[in-house]
Design a protein around this ligand. Structure first.
Ligand SMILES: Cc1cc2nc3c(=O)[nH]c(=O)nc-3n(C[C@H](O)[C@H](O)[C@H](O)COP(=O)(O)OP(=O)(O)OC[C@H]3O[C@@H](n4cnc5c(N)ncnc54)[C@H](O)[C@@H]3O)c2cc1C
Length: 506
């Protein structure tokens, strides 16, 4: 601690209970021992990050890196290994450069989505960015955990270009074209010449990213957010079959989000506004929710972008495709993307890359301010069969645990992520336990159907990693080989994604 305080100054090392409380899992279950940091380190520069890893190596101190640490639903800022020092990069919050011509930004890891948006507007940039449903997270942190947004740049990792990384021994590495000392293409060409290292630093514990390039996009002439509502639960299958070709051929270029009626309701109401009984919310109540104007058993938000005649053509294609689903309703709004009015609907904002916090209330379905959720998030192809299989499996497991099924499907070009938003009241010890247990019970059966999680809560990271079992867990053995070579003292984020340093493996 003395060495760290000397390196970072008194503001850079926090140990008081109030500061530590900020870095706990906000959705930790009541009355259970959970994942606790023992100190928080807040470097203000790359040099300070390097100093931290050197000191940590000398003393064998485990560190747990995060950007803003808002990874709520997956453990928030809390470390997988209790007692680790959280290395928070919140003070490294500068937008280093924006290139208006080639549409990219170079960011420090503490830059929030709000900060990048404000920077673009304050500097007169016309460029659009991508943003998740909550704008308070770190662009770099979200991207490194494979986070998603909802403009055509919504696959964040696919739209990063060029990283600067502090390795576990304090060495500084730049990926891709950044391997040159005077690159012209670091933020525009990903591959460099030779092995591409970028992927090694996402969802890993091989380095601390201190800079990252993110691609932006020119504003579209026409921005057309749309809604689709479905009458029956089983219409989901047909929707997915109709949606896949529209994703593959680029008619819908962003990441549509499909949510069930319970999830849609949680953006507006608490559960008690609909049902106060025991057990999962009954089907007839869900039907009543679905009958609310603008709602359905499933609702999809999506958007079209581009020159107006192209967007009008895309709209007709979408209407024709979804016209085959009996009872489906499609509606659109239309805006000039270069001169957007003040958008008040959070869904229209997020699909235009404008950050907000409105949808945070979805975690308050049970328990009001003390509500929480766990993301149980599997990847699969966009097919009706897969959608039905995962929906039925997650719903029946949650119902058996007495919990409601709040379902979200985020659709990419060839895949979809089904997120079971496992909502619970963090102050209800029995319900919290039921929620975490249900998630863990789902991991194995989902894997048997071929569904692996794309991201995981710290509480079941090892279990998720276990499912990646091809050839006697060759992926894990490969990761461990790299881990042992780069980080022999095992100081960086032990246990992240089931990758443990040698000293901790037994
Ligand atoms: C209501 C609600 C809605 C949500 N909606 C979305 C959504 O639409 N899309 C989405 O993706 N998520 C969503 N989330 C999940 C989560 O809140 C966001 O992904 C959030 O952006 C993650 O927090 P962060 O950006 O601060 O990342 P951090 O917590 O800072 O980082 C996440 C992880 O990345 C790694 N990491 C971070 N920084 C570094 C670094 N510099 N070097 C090396 N490793 C690093 C660490 O392992 C860390 O644990 C939602 C959560 C809630 C509660």
């Amino acid at each position: 601690m003395v060495a760290l305080e000397q390196a970072l100054g008194p503001d850079g090392v926090l140990t008081d209970p109030a500061s530590l409380a900020e870095f706990r899992d906000p959705f930790a279950p009541a009355g259970q021992e959970w994942y606790e940091p023992s100190a928080v380190l807040m470097p203000a520069s790359t040099e300070e990050v390097q100093a931290i890893v050197r000191i940590a190596n000398e003393h064998g101190t485990p560190l747990w890196t995060n950007g803003q640490g808002r990874n709520n639903g997956y453990g928030g800022p809390a470390p997988r290994l209790s007692g680790s020092f959280v290395l928070s990069l919140r003070r490294m919050n500068r937008v280093l450069e924006v290139d208006e011509d080639s549409a990219w930004a170079l960011l420090q890891p503490g830059v929030r989505f709000f900060d990048l948006y404000d920077h673009l507007r304050a500097t007169g940039s016309k460029l659009w960015m991508s943003v998740p449903d909550l704008g308070w997270g770190s662009v770099v942190g979200n991207t490194l955990d494979h986070g998603v947004g909802y403009t055509p740049l919504g696959d964040h990792l696919a739209n990063q270009c060029g990283m600067e990384v502090v390795l576990p021994d304090g060495e500084l590495l730049r990926t891709g074209m950044g391997g040159m000392s005077n690159p012209r293409a670091w933020q525009v060409f990903k591959h460099g010449c030779g092995p591409s290292a970028d992927g090694l630093f996402s969802q890993s514990n091989f380095g601390i990213v201190t800079q990252m390039g993110m691609w932006l996009m020119p504003p579209p002439e026409c921005y057309m957010p749309g809604w689709l509502t479905l009458r029956k639960d089983s219409d989901l299958e047909l929707l997915l079959e109709k949606l896949r070709p529209l994703m593959l051929d680029g008619t819908i270029p962003n990441q549509p989000m499909i949510i069930n009626a319970v999830c849609a309701a949680s953006a507006f109401w608490g559960r008690q506004d609909w049902f106060t009984g025991e057990g999962p919310i009954p089907d007839e109540v869900i039907d009543r929710i679905a009958d609310t104007p603008g709602f359905g058993r499933w609702v999809m938000r999506f958007a079209l972008y581009g020159d107006e005649p192209v967007v009008e053509h895309q709209r007709r294609k979408v209407e024709a495709a979804f016209g085959h689903i009996p009872g489906a309703a499609v509606t659109f709004s239309k805006y000039d993307g270069r001169n957007l009015p003040e958008l008040t609907n959070p869904h229209e904002r997020v699909q235009a890359g404008i950050p907000s916090m409105d949808l945070d209330r979805m975690t308050r379905w049970y328990g009001g301010e003390k509500g929480g959720h766990i993301g149980f998030s599997c990847a699969m192809p966009i097919t009706g069969q897969d959608g039905a299989a995962i929906r039925d499996m997650v719903a029946s497991e949650l119902h058996a645990a007495g919990l409601d099924y709040s379902g979200v499907i985020i659709v990419g070009k060839r895949h979809m992520i089904h997120v079971g938003l496992v909502v619970f009241d963090t102050e209800d010890a029995a319900q919290s336990k039921a929620a975490y247990d249900a998630c863990k019970r789902l991991v194995g059966p989902a894997a048997k159907l071929g569904y692996g999680e794309y991201r995981s809560h710290i509480d079941f990271m090892d279990l998720v990693a276990d499912q990646y079992d091809f050839n006697n867990h060759a992926q894990r053995r490969f990761a461990e080989t790299i881990k042992d070579a780069l980080d022999p003292n095992g100081i960086l984020s032990p246990g992240k994604q089931g990758i443990w340093p040698r000293a901790w493996r037994s």
